[in-house]
Design a protein around this ligand. Structure first.
Ligand code: HEM
Length: 406
């Protein structure tokens, strides 16, 4: 693409297969890009700009950045406008403290056995076949099952919750009308489901994350507040399922496409955490985060007016050659491997990152221990999901040998 080529509109469903050439072009030639058919939306693509915007919440605000996600999810009034990713400090902090409590380091350690059992249980189902479709058999199952178990949600509700969590997308305004209508119907169902569940856990607390949030809230704030508890539960339910699912599938695909890196990590599994961070940098499941301008600023000679929306393109920032040497190369020994923005940065840094890291580390440790010589079944056409904001592969057919010893 040359500097003068007519620009495709992005984000778009059509651009979701390979957004990187266009993002590279923007980062180099139009670091502040005003979307042609949506003049109040700007894209930032350079690492320094995206990181700055994620840090400066008083300029790049979360308030109303998602066009009222709470309202779309819950069809609700102002009392429901408490989604953690729609709040700026100081309102944001108490919500975050509550949501973080069930995944604090002490509790996280107690989830290791459960995660390992879930991982092994999923591998048991396909190991004797010598092949599987990894996305549906493993990557989507693990975070869903784990989330359901942690939140104390019965398996019988899993089917419709899958639909709800896959509808979850703050790229909603980019979706076709019928998709948004479907989302509203699911949101209503989820609203009453969560309300019933919270009241029940208030009455009969169990050893699950929802009961824990309710008890923490009552303990800290002296009373139970339904809108807040519901918003936190919704984020804990939806925030980590699709993201972690797509992440694990993309990570395996990268390893299969870079067999030297796979061999290196298999030979020294202490490299798995670094490998995962490098996968997040190159193929993270979240392409961008929205913000709303609290004030007017000028950046790279362009005025971004107060009230306009800014999409912070983490996917582009993570491949910025001004920050990362050979940015398109998958390289687990990269010295600055932790500097990617795949989990965001600053006040809203992914609250579930420790859980996602633990879950995917255990997943790859067990996959490597139990499956030898994992290969892509060829020929195979790799296709990505059609989503304006999330990235992941639709399916990944693999074959393998069962490892001699486990
Ligand atoms: C690989 C997996 C994951 C990725 C790539 C990811 C990515 C992100 C990103 C980029 C943000 C920042 C949003 C912003 O700046 O506005 C975020 C926030 C958040 N994530 Fe994750 N996430 C993942 C897994 C999880 C999990 C497992 C959970 C739940 C346990 C979770 C819960 C949340 C919550 C609650 C927030 C909002 C934090 C706040 O606004 O303070 N995420 N995530």
């Amino acid at each position: 693409m040359t500097a003068t080529a007519p620009a495709p509109v992005y984000p778009s469903l059509e651009g979701s297969e390979d957004p990187f050439p266009f993002l590279n072009h923007l980062r180099e030639h139009q670091p502040v890009y005003q979307i042609p058919d949506r003049p109040n939306i700007y894209l930032l693509t350079r690492y320094d700009d995206v990181k700055r915007a994620l840090s400066e919440w008083s300029t790049f605000s979360n308030t109303e950045a998602r066009s009222g996600l709470s309202g779309i999810w819950f069809g609700g009034g102002p009392e429901d406008a408490t989604m953690i990713n729609e709040l700026d400090p100081p309102l944001h902090r108490p919500q975050r403290v509550l949501a973080q409590a069930p995944i604090a380091p002490g509790r996280l350690r107690s989830y290791v056995t459960l995660i390992t059992e879930l991982v092994d249980g999923l591998i048991d189902r396909f190991i004797d076949d010598g092949s599987t479709e990894f996305v549906s058999a493993f990557a989507h199952q693990l975070p869903l099952k784990l989330t359901m178990q942690l939140l104390g949600i019965p398996e019988s509700d899993m089917d419709w919750i899958i639909t709800w969590t896959s509808f979850e997308s703050s790229g909603l305004s980019w979706m076709p009308d019928e998709f948004r209508e479907g989302q509203k119907v699911h949101a209503q169902k989820m609203l009453s489901y969560l309300s019933d569940m919270l009241l029940e856990r208030l009455e009969n607390p169990g050893d699950d994350v929802i009961s824990f949030v309710v008890q923490e809230q009552v303990g800290r704030e002296g009373e139970f507040k339904m809108p807040q508890a519901r918003a936190i539960s919704a984020m804990l339910l939806a925030g980590g399922v699709i993201t972690t699912a797509h992440f694990m599938a993309s990570a395996l695909l990268l390893l299969l496409q870079h067999r030297d890196q796979m061999a290196k990590v298999r030979a020294d599994t202490s490299l798995i955490p670094r490998m995962l961070e490098e996968c997040l940098r190159l193929q993270g499941p979240v392409l961008w985060q929205p913000r709303r301008m609290a004030v007017e600023i000028e950046l790279h000679g362009i005025t971004i007016p107060k009230g306009s929306h800014v999409l912070l393109m983490q996917a582009a920032a993570n491949r910025d050659p001004a920050k990362f040497a050979e940015p398109d190369r998958f390289h687990v020994d990269r010295p600055d491997v932790m500097d990617h923005l795949g989990f965001g940065f600053g006040e809203h840094f992914c609250l579930g990152a420790p859980l996602a890291r633990l879950e995917s580390r255990i997943a790859f440790e067990r996959l490597f221990a139990r499956l030898a010589d994992i290969r892509l079944i060829e020929p195979q056409r790799i296709e990505h999901i059609r989503s304006p904001q999330f990235r992941g592969v639709r399916s990944l057919n693999i074959e393998f040998d069962a490892a001699a010893q486990d």
